[in-house]
Design a binder for this molecule. Structure first.
Ligand code: SF4
Ligand code: SF4
Length: 88
């Protein structure tokens, strides 16, 4: 499965929570703290790396606060030889 990550432009977020409702992996949450505009911003809470980089959150965000990065396939390919070496 594809892997991804999301960068939140925290101080531009208006805390509408739309992004949290569409994430199929449920890895977007609202922060407990407030940004400079007085809103609780969205945050990526993804310690297990479940984000797939699907971009649904970025598409629905009305203020283009979220930037999604797909982790390159080459990173996966580079991990494969190490796994094989460990198995040998
Ligand atoms: S890119 Fe997809 S999986 Fe990742 S946080 Fe956004 S909606 Fe969730
Ligand atoms: S949809 Fe955009 S503005 Fe709304 S909470 Fe998410 S990041 Fe913030």
């Amino acid at each position: 499965m594809a892997r991804g990550t999301v960068v939140v432009d925290v101080n531009r977020c208006k805390g509408c929570e739309l992004c949290t409702t569409v994430c199929p992996q449920h890895v977007l949450v609202m922060a407990d703290s407030y940004n400079t505009r007085g809103y609780r911003p969205a945050l990526l809470a993804d310690p297990e790396g479940k984000c797939t980089g699907c971009t649904l959150c970025a598409v629905i965000c009305p203020d283009a606060v979220l930037t999604v990065y797909r982790l390159p396939a080459i990173a996966k390919a580079m991990r494969a030889p190490a796994t094989m070496a460990q198995a040998a």
